[in-house]
Design a protein around this ligand. Structure first.
Ligand code: PEP
Length: 252
């Protein structure tokens, strides 16, 4: 399958690095290393406390790792879409498996976040994926279909152009284990089928679907193009500036 769309490479720094100077050095090296290219888009998602310190340029956009569903008010510790937009953030990751696990985020909460993010004109990166137990019980398709249907409740077809889906099998995140190319391709087809059923084929065709889970510069190309995936969500490897630059520069 030949996929000629612009590739999307997202760096998810998670709760790293602990030092602002380190974060600034990381971004400096990334900024210097990545070539300017129209063939791919780079999105950097640092911890939200660093967002105001990181200036975007034409080489990359900024994303936030999590967002709250209300615009403002008595929600201690939360950050709203309006606040993120003030810091030049263009994307919000929603539904990362670590938030589903540790913060007990449900599909209903994820839906509320998506509704608010899209209403306020920020783009959403919706993370979905099955656990190892679910995979072993052959329940991956059922779980993923439910994650998508519930996350996209009341989301209109016209809003899907501002959505990216990242398929991240939980068992592949930070483990060094990855699905085969065939498995990734089946999943990209399955995701397109779900979106076709919910909306239509054109909407599914235009949707950007990314792979995430133990990506590095050695395996990055395996997951894109021939699998129908249109880019990558990179966790651990995005904290190593030269490794992340290598990954990005593979795509143009
Ligand atoms: C992630 O956390 O989204 C991720 C893909 O992590 P890693 O690349 O470290 O597996």
């Amino acid at each position: 399958m030949i996929n000629k769309k612009q590739k999307i490479i997202i760096a998810n720094w998670k709760m790293n690095p602990v030092d602002l100077v380190e974060a600034e050095n990381l971004i400096k090296t990334v900024r210097r290393g990545i070539k300017k290219s129209d063939d791919r888009k780079v999105i950097i998602c640092p911890p939200s406390i660093y967002l105001s310190k990181i200036k975007t340029n034409s080489h990359f956009d900024l994303g936030i790792q999590n967002i709250f569903w209300e615009d403002k008010g008595a929600y201690t510790g939360e950050v709203s879409v309006l606040m993120a937009k003030n810091l030049d953030v263009k994307y919000a990751i929603v539904g990362h498996s670590e938030r589903r696990l540790y913060m007990k985020e449900t599909n209903e909460m994820i839906n509320a976040k998506i509704v608010s993010t899209l209403k306020n004109n920020l783009k959403v990166v919706l993370c979905i994926g099955e656990s190892l137990a679910e995979k072993n019980k052959d329940r991956a398709s059922e779980i993923i279909e439910r994650q998508i249907r519930e996350a996209l409740k009341n989301i209109k077809k016209s809003q899907i152009s501002n959505l990216i889906i990242a398929y991240e099998p939980i068992w592949a995140i930070g483990t060094g284990q990855t699905p085969s190319q065939d498995e990734v391709m089946s999943m990209s087809l399955f995701l397109k089928k779900i979106i076709t059923n919910l909306y239509d084929r054109k909407t599914a065709e235009n949707l950007d679907i990314l792979y995430g889970g133990s990506v590095n510069s050695q395996n990055a190309l395996d997951f894109v193009d021939s699998t129908g995936m249109n880019g990558l969500l990179v966790g651990g490897a995005s904290l190593n500036a030269s490794e992340f630059v290598r990954i990005v520069n593979l795509f143009g």
